[in-house]
Design a binder for this molecule. Sequence first.
Ligand SMILES: [Zn+2]
Length: 238
Amino acid sequence: MARQSILIVGMGGLGVPAAAALVRGGAERLGLVDPDPVELSNLARQVIYGAASLGRLKAAAAAQRLREARPGLSVEAYPVALDRTNAADLIARYDFVIDATDDPAAKFLINDSCLEAGRPFVYAGVLGLSGQAMTVLPGRTACLRCLFEEAPDPAEIASCREAGIIGPAAAVIGEIEAAEALRWLSGGVPELAGKILTYDGSASGRMRVLAVSARAGCGCGAARRVEAAAAFTPARNQ
Ligand SMILES: [Zn+2]
């Protein structure tokens, strides 16, 4: 089955640059999920929304702008918050999912729903001037729960919200997410599958990529698969 569609959850600081990069990169079908309207504070950093978008729902306004940018592009707008009642259904309609949310609970919901549906996704987190990204191939590479056993506590979440998503770091990470999705659509293995990229915008854009091991005991089963693969590796020099 051809891989051709991408769901972007969140059309803010991460989702806007990701969507623009996907359209430039030749993606054919996108789904955009975001429950919020465009606010004045979005206009400067999220360049896709013009003054005419003020007060409109982000998902619908962005879908219209992307269709104008590339006629023939198929874009579906979902002006809803991803939650337990709709996540499985929305995710099953697409081949790859981009986490562009600013909410840790939503990130874990995306993780769990994608594992359940067998859909690969790219996770991203941005805090102040730094950010990180990791692609998860369900049951094959480490998932979010391999890294963090539980969602962070509410105080930590509040501090993330206060620090906010700063434009430049989010733009870099959003474009990296799009590149991961495009690699998957082209039939390749995303560069960050089983690896986490960290970006430090305060140290002149320093990027590091580290391998992430699947955690034994995580429900995603990726660690069991690694063990099985090791057990079947033929001995060399025989
Ligand atoms: Zn896991």
